[in-house]
Design a protein around this ligand. Structure first.
Ligand code: SF4
Length: 289
């Protein structure tokens, strides 16, 4: 037990459970990451702890408002902040005569039914068994990938502000943005292939395969290892376009910040003609990659 301790606030950005602060190893006795759950696929990290922040609002009141929009078997998904309410949501829906199920998902997830902005396995694993999805949580960041990846309708019930809505129109906006990014990169002769040095974002094998595909398509390319992607970094290299194997949301959410097109691995393959557009997929980092 620690009776007294000097607390140091790490001022570097921390984007998620993938983002292990290795720069603190050896200079801190204990590292506490606040607001995220652990990522089991990374493995145990000595002296590192995750302090999730649970939202203490019972979401049943907003799930009740969503009832008129629910039909058939409902797949439940949520974020780490509401994960402790999943069983009470299931009980409530069953009491209303609605069959609700959820999945363990893969080993990047700490809890069943959990979504990450890069991992939709908790929803996609049960896609064939449900008629629609109900996301309980706030914002678009977590559910948007499931809305793009799945044909099933997705209703969002937000316990924080009491709203219930579909996000189908946002799916169309994202698809148009990605199409524009792919078209901008089609004429690129040179690609920088971004590889993350963050433990939970590192996709070196994907990056090396992409590098080989780009070269095989007659373009030139080089790997760029980086911890954080910024507009300054992207602007400082002379490549025409970038293929990103780091956090998928760098390319998808921040595309307007960058002076050059940044594509996810699947999008880069489409841009160089190695994959048809009909094979488009919202990028994920799954446990087996
Ligand atoms: S890779 Fe991106 S979306 Fe996934 S946990 Fe890390 S920061 Fe979040």
């Amino acid at each position: 037990m620690i009776s007294s301790a000097e607390v140091v606030i790490d001022s570097d950005p921390c984007f998620g459970a993938c983002d292990i602060p290795v720069h603190l190893f050896g200079i801190s006795d204990v590292i506490i990451q606040i607001g995220h759950t652990r990522m089991p696929s990374i493995g145990a990290i000595p002296k590192m702890y995750f302090a999730n922040i649970l939202v203490d609002i019972d979401p049943v009141y907003v799930v009740r408002q969503a009832l008129p929009m629910l039909r058939g078997t409902v797949g439940l998904v949520t974020t780490a902040q509401h994960i402790h309410h999943i069983s009470s949501i299931v009980s409530f829906l069953e009491g209303e005569g609605i069959n609700a199920i959820y999945s363990r998902g893969d080993m990047r997830l700490d809890s069943p039914a959990q979504l990450l902005g890069c991992d939709y396995s908790a929803g996609l694993d049960i896609e064939d068994r449900v008629d629609m999805f109900l996301y309980v949580g706030d914002g678009d960041f977590h559910p948007i990938g499931l809305a793009v990846l799945s044909e099933r309708p997705l209703v969002c019930a937000n316990p924080m502000n009491g709203t219930v809505r579909k996000i189908d129109s946002l799916r169309d906006v994202i698809m148009k943005q990605r199409l524009v990014a792919i078209e901008r990169a089609m004429q690129a002769k040179t690609f920088g292939v971004l590889v993350s040095s963050k433990l939970g974002q590192r996709r070196r094998t994907v990056a090396e395969k992409l590098l080989a595909s780009i070269k095989a398509a007659g373009r030139s390319a080089a790997l760029i290892q980086t911890n954080i992607v910024t507009p300054e970094l992207i602007g400082s290299y002379g490549f025409d376009a970038f293929a990103s194997t780091v956090c998928p949301r760098v390319a998808i959410d921040d595309y307007a910040r960058y002076p050059k097109p940044i594509l996810t691995p699947v999008e880069a393959e489409i841009a160089i003609g190695a994959r048809p557009f009909s094979d488009f997929r919202f990028d994920q980092i799954l446990a087996e990659q």
